[in-house]
Ligand binder design. Structure first.
Ligand code: UDP
Length: 364
């Protein structure tokens, strides 16, 4: 006998919501549940003083996939925000990502050749031929000065681990360029939904049955009986009741303040790259939408190890966790009625556009 729903989707974040939309379009009957009181996952925005506050950390949409960009633009209009974060190291300001402006601020040099020579000299000094960890990768990409000032402290705070114990690929996300270009992303398309991310989700989930404050694990048998297929976007280890062990996640604690001034730091994102300051960055949310409100809202991000009271944000990219994740993935690959998708269910760092892309490529 066929069940009440074709799909029960667990988690109304980006993966679950795009999946729900596609399934509905394919004529399927869908129920989406979320244990939080709202949809949108970590993209959820809360309106404070007329400002869309990114409650679970700043999210900037960027992609080079035309198909993905056109898809998200079906639901909401995006503005032309360009991410150009600033780094503050011991009170001095540097442009990010690493580019000619940064090299000028560091070394007073003005040409790409001068910058390349300095980096090349530092690289040879350290004699790294094939980088084995994040520290070696960073030094071989940008030299020791930039590593010490702009990478080491930030990275070790963010991950709670020595840079020499982290894998090289994390730092490959950061562009290095020999032009005066402060645009953080190399992607072709970039922006923030006008009016915040909730508009995107309202539109994606329009006409779809959604139950918030609903925890799958509180009545698993009941929920499993509802649908032919389950789409699971939660933590993969929790799905298996941690039977092979617990995967580690990095979390963030946010401290937000409403300030009685219109412009606190002059930029949406300022990273604090020295290790003495306990937070990694301060976000001033209004700048994502060029806000002109009288007040401003800022959020300090303090990284920490995830536990039962904190949200799991980043999979930890070390060997032990990757090995355990692989064991869980072999279990999940054998499931016939459960599809695992997204950052927590695949235990993998994805940018938002990769999530959308992965769902668009499914054959529903
Ligand atoms: N990173 C760094 N210095 C910075 C910003 C980033 O060393 O000022 C490194 C750090 O290792 C971090 C990685 O680059 O984990 C990716 O950072 P990004 O800000 O792109 O990641 P997000 O936290 O926004 O996903």
């Amino acid at each position: 006998m066929s069940k009440q729903y074709d799909f029960l989707i667990i988690g109304a974040g980006l993966y679950g919501s795009v999946f729900a939309y596609k399934a509905k379009q394919a004529g399927k009957k869908v129920l989406i549940i979320d244990k939080r009181s709202h949809f949108g996952g970590n993209l959820y925005c809360e309106n404070i003083e007329g400002i869309n506050v990114h409650k679970y950390g700043a999210h900037i949409f960027h992609t080079s996939e035309k198909e993905v960009w056109e898809f998200v633009n079906l639901f909401t209009e995006f503005n032309r925000y360009t991410n150009s974060p600033i780094a503050n190291y011991k009170g001095k300001i540097y442009n990010l990502p690493f580019n000619m402006n940064t090299f000028y601020q560091l070394w007073g040099i003005k040409t790409p050749d001068e910058a390349k020579t300095i980096i090349e000299n530092q690289r040879t000094e350290f004699g790294i031929t094939s980088p084995k960890n994040l520290e070696e990768q960073a030094i071989s990409l940008v030299g020791n000065d930039i590593y010490e000032i702009l990478i080491k402290g930030y990275t070790e705070k963010q991950w709670g681990r020595k840079a020499s114990e982290l894998p090289a690929f994390i730092i490959k996300r950061l562009p290095v360029r020999f032009t005066f270009n402060n645009n953080y992303f190399d992607d072709k398309y970039q922006g923030i939904p006008i009016g915040g991310y909730n508009n995107l989700f309202e539109s994606l989930l329009n006409g779809i049955e959604l139950k918030c404050n609903t925890d799958f694990f509180e009545d698993r048998d009941f929920f499993e009986s509802l649908a032919d297929k389950i789409v699971y976007t939660g933590k993969i280890d929790e799905f298996y009741n941690y039977r092979l062990g617990k995967l580690e996640y990095r979390s963030l604690r946010f401290e937000s303040e409403i300030l009685d001034m219109s412009n606190y730091q002059g930029n949406a994102v300022i990273n604090y790259t020295d290790v003495e300051i306990p937070y990694t960055r301060i976000i001033e949310h209004k700048h994502f939408e060029f806000g002109t409100q009288d007040k401003t809202v800022i959020t300090r991000e303090f990284p920490l190890e995830a536990n039962s009271d904190s949200e799991p944000y980043y999979p930890v990219n070390d060997k032990a966790n990757e090995k355990l994740a692989q064991q869980y993935r072999s279990l999940s690959a054998k499931e016939e009625h459960v599809h695992f998708g997204g950052r927590l269910a695949e235990y993998k760092y994805f940018d938002m556009d990769q999530i959308v892309y992965n769902v668009l490529k499914l054959n529903l």
